[in-house]
Structures are given as structure tokens and as C-alpha cells.
Design a protein around this ligand. Structure first.
Ligand code: AMP
Length: 469
């Protein structure tokens, strides 16, 4: 029979402050350590990065927001392979785009097949839509994805060679409400995360309208050729729409007076664009018209948009994400003519912006607080403790523990650093008696409870309603 519950007054534990070493110090120590032992230590490839547990507090809510939005707006999850045929992207994104010309991770596999690591996922979603005959399903078909993309880009803050995107694609819906719905999903994603954003939006019209506009654009830029940067002189020949994308100081005045595509749109394209804007007004989604917004990929028609942090100082104003309509791509990729609209949001860049915004506004992301620390003393106790740790999960108590520590003092210091209200302590005696100690970390008062009653007692102390136990 376990002993009756007992209340014991215990000594307060002195807290040792945890001082975190800097990144540089850790790296130097790692290299020194390895070379002293005659070993080589490895670093990441250029442009690659690890996602560490300390950033889980960003990644987890992002996934939560993305999947909640998908469920609410009825997007079904799609996962496609990282490796695809090179041709899929060359055909869809188009030659002359930075991604296809400079950034693809291409290689031949052991069968001699020319493969690449996907640089984006719209093309894969289109491939899947066509390949699985999804045009036979009730339209629209709405899909969302979350995963790594690969571009051999020049690395800098917020720009990696492997990065992650969440994306949403709607097939078989030509109405402007589909464009507005996607922009709303993007806006809500950042709203859920607590980052105010605004949308930059433009229309690229139909290919015929764009072709006429391009002639005018090229004529205009040719007349200003001597003022242009090297890259823009190349774009003049290879991809004139990208002239409007140039960020070089010397090209900015030329860009300001460039002809605007809106004046080359026909009545239908203008009407589509106006309707999208009316929806955004109705939804109170903040937007800016941007006649220079062209996006880097060739498949867009009509609406194109990008998402920026509303605070101009955040992330040096690079886009967090973007998308648009691609009404001709499904047919181009061998499917039946199917209107479509999609977008992708960059997750690393979103985290960077969120961190900057939170720091600037003194916002602390709080993790779900830990409610109890489970400490053990001795081999026998460790065995019982692991069982208790597992039971506490079913009991819905958020706990922390460290089974590699053997000293009770150290474990209570850890508990104090985590600012948990209670510690559960199991030692040799508690194993024999079938009990556990619940220690109030604030007052130091300890109570001995029957192990079978540990969960309900702890939950009562935590002010949690206990159902069955
Ligand atoms: P895109 O697929 O080019 O329209 O890019 C959509 C979003 O993905 C961008 O707005 C960025 O947030 C993100 N992104 C694109 N390229 C990179 C990269 N090299 N590193 C990190 N994020 C990227």
C-alpha cells in the first residue's frame, strides 16, 4: 500500500544562469576539437542551411496556419517528387528565365535520364493534374503543397539554394474570385502569424496583348540603351519583360517612364483585373498597383501579385511570396485547356521577416509553457520515470525531463530555468512505495502522492479540469 499523501517543506534550489555560447565560438571549438582528434569536421554546402529546433516556434505555427487555411478553403494536399524531368521546367517556366538559364540543379542519373531537382512546384502540380486526369474530376481542383525547392542562386540573407515554399494552386476556375481567394489565403497566412503584409498587383493580360506591349517596351528601352546596366542590355534581347524587374540604381529613372502594360490590355483583360481589385476592396486586403511587376517566370497571364511585409524596413523589401494566373499552361503541358491560378510563399524569407518584425515591435513568441519537470534519481527510478513520462503525455500534461542527468540538484536547476511551476521527483524510495513527489517550484513545498493519482493531482494543481482519472 502506498503511503498517505504527505506535505514536506524543502529547501529552495539556487538557480544557475545558462549562458549560451556564440555561433562563432561553437564553430571554432568544433573545428579545434576535431583537428585535435585528427579528424575532419564537415560544414554545409554553400547556400544550404539547417533548420534547428530553436526555430520550431516559427515553423510549427507556419505549418499550422498553412494547413488550417488549406482545410478551410478546400485545398487538398499534394506531394510530388523532388526529382523531375528537366524538360518539365524548361517548357513551363521558359528559356530566358533566370531559374531555367542559371539556377537549375540538373544532372544525368545512372540511366542517363536528364533530371533536375525541382526549382518550384507549380509545374509539378500541372504535370500531376494532367497525368492523373484531374480534368475529369469536379472543377475546380484545388491543391496545396509544402516542401523544399532547389535553385543554384547567389546566396545572401533570405536567399538559399535549398529553401521551402508553401503553395496553393486552383485548376479549372477562370473567374476573378479564384485570383482573389488565393490572395486572401496569402494575406490570412501572414495575419495568422502576426505579420502585417500588403499585396503588390499587376495584370499581364493575354499573350497577344503582352506581345504588342513588348514591342513598345523594347522600342522605348532601345532609345535609352546607353543608360542601361549590362544585365538590362541582355534582357532587351533575351527577356524584355524582365527589364521592369531591374533593381539597379542606374535603370530606375528609365523604368519610371516606361510604357505601362495596363494601357495595352483589351476590355476583357481590364475587366478581369478590375474585378479582382473589387474583391480585394471588399475583403479589405491592402494592395498597391505596380505596373512594373512582371514575375520571373514566363507562364503567367492576367493577374500577377507579390506579397511584401507592410513595414518597408522589413527584409529589405524582398517579396515574401507571389503568384498569378496561368491560364495556358495546362494546355501547353499536354492537358485540356484549363484556366488556373496559383501562388507560392517562401518560408525562410517569411521567418526572417517575422523575426525582424517581432524584434522591432518587442513581440516575444511564446512557446506553450512547460507545466512540470520530471526528475529521477537512480537506475530503478529512471525505469519508472520513463513510464511516468509516457503516462503524463496521455494525461495531457506538458512536461520536460532529462534522463541523462543523474544529480537531483542539476535537474531541479533545469526545472527552475524552464520556469515550470512543478517538478515530479521519483527516487529509490518512491519506486519502492509506488509514490512520486510533487514539488511546488515557487514555495519549495513537496507533496508525496500515490503514483496512480499523480496525473489527477498534478492537473488539479495546474488548474486543469480532470475528466476520468
Ligand atoms: P518564386 O517561386 O520565384 O515566385 O518565389 C516565391 C517565393 O519563394 C519568393 O517570394 C521567396 O520568398 C521564395 N524564394 C524564391 N527563391 C528563393 C531562394 N533562393 N531562397 C529563399 N527563398 C526563395
Amino acid at each position: 500500500m502506498p503511503k498517505k499523501e504527505k506535505i514536506v517543506k524543502a529547501k529552495k534550489v539556487e538557480v544557475k544562469k545558462v549562458v549560451k555560447p556564440t555561433k562563432e565560438k561553437v564553430s571554432k571549438e568544433k573545428d579545434k576539437d576535431a583537428s585535435e582528434r585528427g579528424k575532419k569536421s564537415y560544414n554545409l554546402l554553400r547556400g544550404m542551411h539547417d533548420i534547428l529546433p530553436k526555430d520550431e516556434k516559427y515553423w510549427k505555427p507556419m505549418y499550422q496556419a498553412a494547413s488550417d487555411l488549406a482545410a478551410h478553403f478546400q485545398f487538398g494536399r499534394i506531394e510530388t517528387p523532388i526529382l523531375e524531368e528537366i524538360g518539365l521546367f524548361v517548357r513551363s517556366l521558359g528559356k530566358g528565365t533566370d531559374v531555367v538559364d542559371k539556377e537549375m540543379y540538373n544532372f544525368e542519373d545512372k540511366d542517363g535520364t536528364k533530371v533536375c531537382m525541382r526549382p518550384e512546384m507549380t509545374a509539378s502540380a500541372v504535370r500531376a493534374y494532367v497525368m492523373h486526369g484531374m480534368f475529369n474530376m469536379p472543377q475546380p481542383v484545388k491543391m496545396w503543397y509544402w516542401g523544399p525547392m532547389f535553385r543554384h542562386d547567389r546566396p545572401q540573407a533570405g536567399r538559399y539554394r535549398q529553401f521551402h515554399q508553401v503553395g496553393y494552386e486552383t485548376f479549372g476556375h477562370a473567374d476573378p474570385s479564384a485570383d482573389a481567394e488565393l490572395i486572401l489565403v496569402a494575406f490570412n497566412f501572414y495575419k495568422d502569424l502576426g505579420l502585417p503584409v500588403e499585396i503588390h498587383i499587376n495584370s499581364l493580360g493575354t499573350p497577344a496583348e503582352r506581345a504588342n506591349y513588348k514591342v513598345e517596351l523594347v522600342n522605348y528601352y532601345r532609345s535609352k540603351r546607353s543608360y542601361l546596366c549590362e544585365e538590362c542590355r541582355n534582357r532587351l534581347v533575351k527577356n524584355p519583360m524582365r527589364l521592369l524587374d531591374c533593381k539597379e540604381e542606374r535603370c530606375q529613372t528609365v523604368k519610371e517612364d516606361a510604357p505601362q502594360i495596363i494601357n495595352w490590355l483589351g476590355a476583357e483583360s481590364k475587366n478581369h483585373f478590375m474585378k479582382v481589385l473589387e474583391y480585394l476592396d471588399e475583403l479589405a486586403v491592402p494592395y498597391q498597383l505596380d505596373s512594373t511587376l512582371v514575375r520571373g517566370l514566363n507562364y503567367y497571364t492576367h493577374t500577377v501579385f507579390e506579397v511584401y511585409a507592410a513595414d518597408a524596413e522589413i527584409s529589405a523589401q524582398s517579396a515574401l511570396g507571389g503568384g498569378g494566373r496561368y491560364d495556358l499552361l495546362v494546355e501547353e503541358m499536354g492537358g485540356r485547356p484549363t484556366p488556373a491560378v496559383g501562388m507560392a510563399l517562401g518560408l525562410e524569407r517569411s521567418i526572417l521577416a517575422l523575426k525582424q518584425y517581432n524584434e522591432k515591435n518587442h513581440i516575444d513568441l511564446v512557446k506553450v509553457p512547460t507545466e512540470a519537470f520530471v526528475a529521477q534519481l537512480g537506475d530503478e527510478a529512471r525505469r519508472v520515470t520513463l513510464k511516468v513520462i509516457n503516462e503524463l503525455r496521455f494525461g495531457g500534461v506538458k512536461i520536460a525531463f532529462n534522463l541523462c542527468k543523474t544529480s537531483l540538484k542539476t535537474q531541479l536547476e533545469l526545472a527552475d530555468n524552464l520556469k515550470v511551476p512543478f517538478a515530479v521527483i521519483i527516487g529509490q524510495k518512491e519506486v519502492q512505495d509506488g509514490t512520486a513527489i510533487i514539488r511546488d517550484m515557487e514555495s519549495g513545498i513537496q507533496e508525496i502522492v500515490d503514483q496512480k493519482k499523480l496525473i489527477p493531482v498534478l492537473k488539479r494543481k495546474l488548474g486543469k479540469f480532470d475528466d476520468k482519472r
